[in-house]
Write a new protein. Structure first.
Length: 98
């Protein structure tokens, strides 16, 4: 079994609510059987202390962090960035089993 990278944007009042929403949507879209290579395989996230000012900046930062621990571990937490142009947007990234 392998792994794939994922990048997911989610809107919610808090990072926890955004994570739960993103996982639920991924399970709905890709199934509940496991090994989807999406955020559906994650059971936790870790906030990155840096706040991105745009989605483009969040994507660039996620690209630079995705191969570093703990985000490079398909069994580890997803990374989470808050996008400051709207404090209710959270950007999740990482590796997931596929």
């Amino acid at each position: 079994m392998g792994s794939e990278t994922f990048f997911t944007k989610s809107h919610a009042k808090s990072p926890k609510a955004a994570f739960e929403k993103a996982v639920k949507e991924a399970k709905r879209d890709y199934g509940h059987a496991g090994y989807t290579g999406t955020i559906a395989e994650k059971d936790s996230y870790q906030m990155v202390s840096y706040v991105s000012s745009t989605m483009s900046e969040a994507q660039q930062l996620a690209d630079s962090l995705i191969d570093t621990p703990p985000y490079s571990d398909k069994w580890g937490p997803a990374g989470c960035l808050r996008v400051s142009d709207d404090p209710k947007i959270y950007f999740f990234f990482g590796w997931a089993s596929s």
